[in-house]
Design a protein. Sequence first.
Length: 319
Amino acid sequence: MKLLKENYEGLEQVDTLSEDLKTFLLKPDIQELLKKTDFGTLYKKLPPDFVNDFTQLMASLNIDPLNYLEYIPKSFLAFTSIEHLDIPKHITRISDYAFRNCHELTDIIIPNQVKRIGNWAFSNCRKLTSIAIPDSVKSIGNYAFYNCASLTSLIIGNKVKSIGEWAFYGCSGLKSITIPDKVTSIEKAVFFACTGLTNVTIPNSVTTIGSYAFDGCNKLVNLKLPDTLTIIPDYAFNGCSSLLSVTVPKSVTTIGCNAFSRCSGLTRVSLPEGVSVGDFAFCECDGLEQLELPEGVQLGRYAFTQCEKLRQVLFNGEQ
């Protein structure tokens, strides 16, 4: 699909170019590029603050800017009514806010040359239903797919090394996620409020999980924590009310405050020796009936408060 003037709203504002951009476009060397229609070179010379206004000017003249750009600029199509987009194969980066609040966008094809998806790049694209992140991508920015509530299909390329904070917050349509085995850290609140998520595969490459990472994933049933973890942070699985059991790996030394609070479906918890359990860590786990505390476990305040069905506690295998 070409990005022409019909894809933009408020193009009447483009006719009134800023004085700074007018001055830039009137420079002799830039005038020469305009005469040659050498827009590729012109884009390389454009100061960052002028890229978006010039791009809209191009579109108003029915010149497709994607033919000349090497990357998708910051806020490139933010707040526009675009519905579909096949990004050209020569594009190597999707910048911050590029497609933010494109409320009509339902699908987009990302080529296998893109290496980075920026912060807030697709945030609030409420009709986006599927996304395939190619193997070329190495990093996904903070809030990149924030509140894409209709997203039901997500493929994360196997070369992705980092997924930013809050990247998939509120993607309530997602049911299953496989995290690539090059990812070493699941950042803060990455899957917060993914209320449709039932299954997540966390590879052994992951050594840290951020606070609130899976907070509010109330349909999450299957969870296997990797043996490489040392800390389960505050609120990491708070409100995961469909979890039935949790085995905390022997490598874990600390379970943070409220890490598993309000996991009302939990019936069994297995803790390793010597682990430190934070305040309210398992508070309001209404389904928990039996608890085994191995040697050296340190319990914070109210760690198991309001576990109304808890009737039996075993210390080193003894009641």
